[in-house]
Write a protein that binds this ligand. Structure first.
Ligand SMILES: [Zn+2]
Length: 334
């Protein structure tokens, strides 16, 4: 069994495997522009973030009913459980669905039906994080938060994702203030394709508690010192970084340098159906490519629970950490 871990950077729409995409397309009468799952799999080759996003949003057309979202989440949780995930904080993009005429309630109720039985069925505790699309307007983000208000008991926090460059965090100051006033936790993607300055802005202007990706902070030593000192978690996604050409190969990943700098980094899968692997695959990838030893893998696993939004006094956090401490690495799998 792989080491117990929390997954903190996972877009549920990015777990749509070709087989499920075709099954949902058939059920919902949607015609996909691919002959079969093999042709679709071949389309999962990207040159950059934008080319990935074009396919990603195109395929979402197959998600129409609450049951579709329930099946999507169930399929993810089953795969994640097999890779050692014990706690998952799951992103979803309401605007990608409301823009297609799917109500936010359909999305949240559908995901919720899966998540509420996840612990019993898959042994995975969950949180749901509503993400705003940063290439949409600030007004659209505010309208999305407003539409989510009847469902806040199911939502732990807000995040910010999609095309980063040209859409600095400050654009979303108002909606993050509103989210904070509602008691929601705050995270944001920053410093993936965008500059280190976006990481600072996410911290200072949006007041986020975690940075998603953030690897370009390494270009700014003062920022690195601050992130280490303030123990700001960075949710890294190594296989995603290679697939989206943020780095050339896994062996080039700054993960070891980030750990050496004292940063609280975690390893996650981002959009695993598209990027070649789930959470355990990402652990295996960095272990092999970067030569990480058992103690570094243990630190990454511990970090994932430490950086989670599990309450400090929640017994689960201590239980998960104890499981990590007791885990015997056999050199085979992370
Ligand atoms: Zn992401």
């Amino acid at each position: 069994m792989p080491v117990p871990k929390a997954e903190l950077h996972l877009h549920i729409e990015g777990t749509l495997e070709p087989e499920l995409a075709f099954a949902l397309a058939a059920r919902n009468g949607v015609t996909l522009p691919y002959a079969d799952t093999e042709e679709l799999r071949r389309a999962y080759r990207f040159s950059d973030l934008q080319s990935f996003l074009d396919l990603y949003y195109g395929l979402m057309a197959v998600l129409r009913t609450a049951d579709d979202f329930t099946e999507l989440a169930d399929a993810y949780l089953e795969r994640a459980a097999a890779q050692g995930v014990r706690h998952a904080e799951i992103f979803f993009d309401p605007q990608a669905h409301t823009a297609r005429g799917i109500g936010i309630g359909t999305v949240i109720e559908g995901l919720g039906a899966s998540l509420e039985r996840s612990e019993e069925r898959y042994g995975i505790s969950t949180r749901l994080i509503l993400c705003f699309l940063r290439d949409e307007s600030a007004e659209s983000a505010l309208a999305t938060l407003e539409a989510a208000k009847p469902y806040l008991d199911r939502i732990t926090g807000v995040g910010l994702d999609s095309a980063e460059v040209g859409h600095p965090p400050a654009k979303f100051r108002e909606v993050y203030e509103a989210a904070g006033a509602l008691g929601l936790r705050k995270v944001a993607h920053a410093g993936e394709e965008g500059p280190a300055a976006y990481v600072r802005e996410a911290l200072d202007v949006l007041g986020v508690e975690r940075i998603d990706h953030g690897l370009r902070c390494m270009e700014d030593p003062e920022l690195v010192d601050r992130l280490a000192r303030e123990r700001v978690p960075l949710t890294l996604c190594p296989l995603s970084n290679v697939r989206l050409r943020v780095i050339d190969t896994l062996a080039d990943h700054p993960l070891p340098a980030m750990m050496a700098a004292g940063l609280l980094v975690t390893v996650n899968s981002d959009d695993p159906a598209y990027f070649g692997g789930y959470a355990g695959d990402n652990f295996d990838g960095v272990r092999e490519a970067l030569g990480l030893g058992p103690e570094q893998l243990r630190e990454l696993a511990r970090n994932s629970f430490t950086a989670s939004f599990l309450d400090d006094d929640e017994p689960r956090r201590a239980r998960y950490l104890a499981e990590v401490d007791a885990y015997a690495f056999d050199g085979e799998r992370g």
